[in-house]
Design a protein around this ligand. Structure first.
Ligand code: ZN
Length: 277
């Protein structure tokens, strides 16, 4: 089985997801049945077992503070998983509506052990180029911590598509040329071409292909093979039909072995010193 680093794994208790998030995303895959205990809490050992069974050798764990849409899955869940299994790397998350002092909250999360940050403007209803977050982006830049931005559609009620405006993402890439920026879902919905253009234009921009039908990737990104150092495998686990199956579909697209290595492990290892590959 191919070794996979999954750059996009959501962690939290079952009951922390909103009802709609469970119905429209979490329960569309098979994994939710195995990873929570009877009380609806995340069973860390069960999660690890499921991921290992899919060929996952490590991953990025994502909290979420989407008060009005997906739910609030605090950073402590990601930290708990990584403390038991350090091959999973916890990221922080912020929502300016909840975190009135984003710098103070991010510093708290850094103390807990996060190694990067995910911002979800679509679920948290704010633009990603929100100036309240710029001091936090400066911290990420200065400490060489990757910043993930949810870049594309979401089907949950209450989500604001205006905050998936590609020009907002371009602003962050332009304003922080030394910050590693990952466009999660690579412009899903209607701006794949612009996302690929941003990868070409900005040396610091990457695409994580989570939440996209893998068999369509070369239609969305015709230059993906040439740009393989900038495309990263991720799934949006646990709301995904299969991790190994998704990986196999990507293998089936005919990339070179070195491109596959970049996509599945090497790019993640370069971005995350805590993952040796
Ligand atoms: Zn996601």
């Amino acid at each position: 089985m191919r070794k996979i680093f999954d750059f996009h794994i959501h962690v939290g208790h079952y009951y922390e997801w909103s009802l709609k998030a469970r119905q429209l995303w979490l329960e569309t895959g098979p994994f939710w049945r195995d990873i929570y205990n009877e009380a609806g809490e995340l069973d860390i050992d069960a999660l690890h077992k499921v991921l290992v069974g899919e060929g996952v050798v490590g991953g990025v764990l994502l909290p979420e503070y989407a008060l009005h849409t997906a739910g609030v899955l605090p950073v402590e869940r990601a930290i708990a998983v990584s403390q038991r299994y350090p091959q999973y790397i916890p990221f922080g998350a912020l929502n300016p509506e909840i975190h009135k002092d984003p710098v103070a909250e991010f510093e708290r999360q850094l103390e807990l052990g996060v190694k990067g940050l995910k911002i979800h403007g679509v679920h948290c209803q704010h633009p990603v180029n929100d100036k309240r977050l710029y001091p936090v982006y400066e911290i990420c830049r200065d400490r060489n911590l990757p910043l993930m931005l949810h870049a594309g559609t979401s089907v949950f009620p209450g989500t604001r598509l205006r905050h998936a405006d590609p020009y907002d993402f371009d602003d962050v890439a332009v304003d922080f040329p030394e910050l590693s920026l990952i466009l999660c879902h690579g412009g899903r919905g209607w701006w794949y071409q612009l996302a690929e253009f941003m990868v070409q234009r900005h040396e610091n921009v990457y695409i994580d292909v989570s939440g996209l039908p893998p068999q369509n990737l070369l239609n969305y990104y015709p230059k993906m093979a040439k740009l393989s150092t900038r495309f990263i495998f991720g799934t949006d686990f646990p709301g995904v039909p299969g991790v190994a199956a998704n990986a196999e579909k990507i293998v089936g697209l005919g990339f070179s072995e070195s491109a596959l290595e970049n996509i599945f492990t090497a790019n993640a290892a370069r971005l995350l010193p805590d993952f040796s590959g």
